[in-house]
Design a protein around this ligand. Structure first.
Ligand code: UDP
Length: 245
């Protein structure tokens, strides 16, 4: 568990009080000391899913670090009078870790996204961080976990990014944690689509104002239904959030 003792429980899911830079420092420390850690970055949709799914909630709560990827979770912490320091988007957290490990002997593996996307993400990240050691990639559409685990372990990564979308990646990491030799296992959602350039990140203007969700809504209208869970989430936090603190 991360050394930051402070935790806020939002509708049953626990979040750590860390900034992006503290979260990155924790990951790098685990990588260097070869300590096993699972890292997740739930947004309000996942908190709502975990609210109804005790197995998912236990996976999140038993992991070494959980940070809020979603301004909605930060707003909820404010409503509950215990504001989290900032939103820690999984994508940004990974970039911060890449910056810090680029010149170290730490190896990375990308698992997830559609055919060719992780390869493209690897190339883009190697252009951006010229000394980053990405030792393997595999798409996220496979049937046999055992074969994939063998492939990953043979490449000997330290940092395994799993982008199967939530909550699939949370289940996958938990089920296979003991067989995987990498020390840090992190659920990264659609980050490979972002790294490859396939899905554009919102302009900084939207991110700074906490409106990345709005940008995604207008650029990917198919997500509208998923986003409708945000008001339901905030309403639940107002009505029964204090009970979980
Ligand atoms: N995905 C995958 N395998 C699956 C289902 C999904 O690799 O069986 C990938 C999908 O291609 C996409 C990511 O998981 O790259 C999910 O992206 P999304 O933005 O929907 O996830 P979120 O960040 O919201 O969890």
């Amino acid at each position: 568990m991360i050394s930051s003792k402070k935790i806020i429980n939002i509708l049953g899911t626990k979040f750590h009080y860390v900034t992006r830079s503290e979260a990155a420092t924790f990951i790098v420390k685990c990588l260097q000391e070869r300590k096993k850690a699972s890292v997740f970055t739930p947004n309000p949709e996942i908190v709502m899913e975990a609210y109804h799914d005790t197995r998912l909630q236990a996976i999140l709560n038993n992991s070494e670090m959980v940070v809020p990827d979603g301004i909605g979770v930060v707003i909820a912490s404010k409503i509950l009078g215990q504001p989290l320091p900032e939103r820690v988007a999984g994508y940004d957290l990974v970039q911060e870790v890449f910056r810090q490990i680029e010149h170290k002997e730490i190896k990375v593996y990308f698992l997830g996204a559609g055919q060719g996307v992780a390869e493209l993400a690897k190339r883009k990240m190697e252009e951006k961080y010229t000394n980053l050691k990405i030792v393997g990639v595999h798409n996220g559409y496979f049937d046999n976990d055992e074969d994939i685990i063998k492939l990953i372990n043979a490449a000997k990564p330290d940092f395994l990014l799993v982008g199967l979308g939530a909550p699939k990646q949370e289940y996958w990491i938990e089920s296979n944690r003991d067989q995987l030799h990498a020390s840090v296992l992190m659920g990264v959602g659609g980050s490979f689509d972002g790294m490859s350039g396939k899905v554009k990140r919102a302009p900084d203007f939207f991110i700074k104002l906490g409106l990345e969700w709005f940008y995604r809504l207008i650029s990917q209208p198919t997500r509208a239904k998923r986003m409708l869970r945000l008001p339901v989430f905030l309403f639940k936090v107002i009505i029964e959030g204090k009970k979980y603190l």
